[in-house]
Design a protein around this ligand. Structure first.
Ligand code: ADP
Length: 585
């Protein structure tokens, strides 16, 4: 067994891995950037080493610095968490060449699955159908048009090396094919440094269902169960659960066995996730993630297994501690990602200091957090503050338990995704399990969402007493409530989001643009690009600046047409919330 593990990560996943290490009596080594000197994962670790730098590239992705710490600390294993080096085959090779255990899959499997085209080929070798699509690179727009006409529109252009919802463009007809291809190629080149793209039929009402698999170096490969991650925005997951609602045992087993076949076709070892799209009783291979996933916790809750402990076991060369027949799934688990995002403003990033944090507890509640009260969520890293996970004997009780737990969660200093999650969990479609991957964005009215707290620097709205007519279980009641200005009475169905705000909140795309022509920063971030210069004429709605925070790019648009009078920032500069960036007259 390994005795000293370096966790090449930060935030909640670093803490998650260290917790298991501590239980197993393994010494933990943390690494940290300048900003993270006092971070929770550093406080938690047995030893901690500085990497220097602020941004991910300067710190957590600084290979030389990390290799140096591995040598100095005497770590005999490295856990990459997710993100950063987790799916970096070269880094895995570097580690193993030094005789240090890589707690992850073989580099060859990472390479094969990192390219979506070769991943589809691997799935085919494992006898599993991928989403209908091509196995070659797109050569020209004619390929796109021919494919659309063959399988029917819409189709998706997908970057072979894409990820995180980036590098994917949906094309609805032949006319828009060229511009979609151009923009997918540009995005893929900018984000991933490779522009290769291929085609898939774009399913219109799929569910995202993924299977957790595990394999060891002794030839054992098993599947542990599935997770439904259909509640998404911008193709990114918000709420995950296990088991997937409404799935028959027969399909579940078929998906599980298919996932194991895909893994075996790549010589896979350690934990992995086979993602599939499920629609009309059919499932298709989407991609394989060669790492521990954010949402692994719901699988742990229903199987009562510790996936990190098993990862360490397998990386130590031992066989899996269970067989397929030993795996018993009980009850239902739901996870909500608590992100520093303002769900009332189009999920705008919301970095800041957690001036207050009260964590839910009580029966069946688990919190995997990366921060404690007083800690700062930096604009330089991702926006996951923590994961709230519940378990209950059945789905409906798990749903109510999550709603209860979210009411106990109290956060101040930043906005979170809790208001959106409450709306989801209380929604009849979610309760019925009839939602799909586009449900949240296309069918749910998010316009009524209210920011959960006044983020630092934002004046809280003044509540006023108002009488509302509400309907509870078909019965009408009049209630008087203190509500922020701008509210009118609506119909509350016992869930969140009953009261609707009249003025539609600005979308992420337009936030920060004041009606008076002054463009201010809606949050702390780094300027990626300024697209206008002094003297330019701009139109209403035109994007004038791109601001990045928490790995998300936000376009700030002019809310008033006119001439640019002043540009106060340039690319690369860091700005604070409220800073004046551009003035239009
Ligand atoms: P990424 O690697 O960027 O995360 P994925 O291929 O995993 O991309 O897809 C992410 C999400 O995008 C899926 O969960 C699903 O919601 C949507 N998606 C991807 N491909 C398709 C498709 N062919 N049809 C419909 N939705 C898709």
């Amino acid at each position: 067994m390994l005795h000293k593990i370096l966790i090449a990560n930060r935030g909640e996943i670093a803490v998650r891995v260290m917790r298991t290490c501590r239980e197993l009596g393994i010494t933990t080594v943390a690494v940290y950037s300048e900003l993270d000197r006092e971070a929770l994962h550093v406080r938690y670790a047995d030893e901690a080493y500085a990497l220097g730098g602020l941004t991910a590239a300067e710190s957590y992705l600084n290979t030389e610095a990390i290799l140096d710490v591995i040598a100095r600390s005497g770590a005999d294993g490295v856990h990459p968490g997710y993100g950063f080096y987790a799916e970096n085959a070269d880094f895995a090779r570097e580690i193993t060449a030094r005789g240090v255990a890589w707690i992850g899959p073989p580099p060859e499997a990472i390479d094969m699955m990192g390219d979506k085209i070769s991943a589809r080929q691997a799935a085919a070798r494992g006898g599993v159908a991928s989403v209908p699509g091509t196995l070659e690179q797109i050569r020209s727009v004619d390929d796109v048009i021919a494919f659309g006409e063959e399988v029917g529109w819409p189709v998706a252009i997908k970057a072979a090396f894409g990820g995180g919802g980036k590098g994917m463009k949906v094309v609805h007809d032949a006319e828009s094919a060229q511009s979609a291809l151009d923009s997918a190629t540009r995005e893929a080149q900018a984000f991933f440094g490779r522009s290769e793209a291929y085609l898939e039929k774009y399913l219109t009402r799929p569910r995202h269902i993924e299977v957790q698999i595990f394999a060891d170096t002794h030839g054992n490969a098993v599947w542990l169960g599935e997770r439904d991650c259909s509640v998404q925005r911008r193709h990114q997951k918000l709420v995950e659960e296990s088991p997937a609602p409404g799935l028959t045992e027969e399909i579940r087993r078929a998906m599980g066995e298919s996932a194991v076949q895909v893994a075996q076709s790549t010589g896979y070892v350690n934990a992995g996730t086979v993602e599939m799209l499920y629609q009309d009783d059919e499932f298709f291979f989407l991609e394989m993630n060669t790492r521990l996933q954010v949402e692994h916790c719901v699988t742990e809750m229903v199987t009562q297994l510790d996936l990190v402990a098993e990862q360490i076991r397998v990386a130590s060369g031992e066989p899996l501690s269970f067989t397929q027949d030993d795996i018993v799934r009980r009850g239902h688990s739901i996870e909500v990602r608590i992100n520093a995002e303002n769900s009332a403003k189009g999920f705008l990033p919301s970095p800041g200091t957690l001036t207050a944090l009260a964590i839910p507890s009580g029966p069946g509640v688990r919190w995997d957090g990366g921060y404690e009260e007083g800690d700062t969520i930096s604009q330089y890293y991702d926006n996951l503050v923590g994961k709230l996970v519940v378990w209950a004997p059945d789905r409906d009780r798990a749903r109510h338990r999550m709603l209860r737990a979210m009411r106990e969660l109290h956060v101040e200093g930043i906005h979170t995704t809790v208001p959106a999650a409450e709306l989801v969990l209380a929604h009849p479609d979610f309760a019925a399990g009839t939602h799909s991957t586009r449900w949240l964005e296309e069918e749910v009215d998010l316009s009524g969402l209210v920011s959960d707290i006044g983020a630092k620097g934002t004046a809280p709205e003044v509540p006023t007493a108002q009488t509302l007519t509400v309907e509870v279980n078909g019965r009408k009641f009049e209630v008087t409530a203190l509500l922020p200005e701008g509210f009118v009475g609506g119909t509350a169905n016992g869930g969140a989001g009953g009261a609707r705000k009249v003025s539609k909140p600005k979308s992420a795309a337009s936030s920060g643009a004041g009606g008076d022509g002054t463009i201010t920063a809606p949050m702390q971030g780094t300027i990626v690009k300024v697209t206008v210069a002094v003297g330019d004429t701009v139109e209403v709605g035109q994007s004038v600046l791109v601001l990045e925070a928490m790995k998300m790019e936000n376009h700030l648009n002019a809310e008033q047409g006119g001439t640019v009078k002043d540009v106060r920032v340039s690319a690369g500069e860091t700005v604070s919330a409220g800073d004046i960036l551009i003035v239009i007259e």
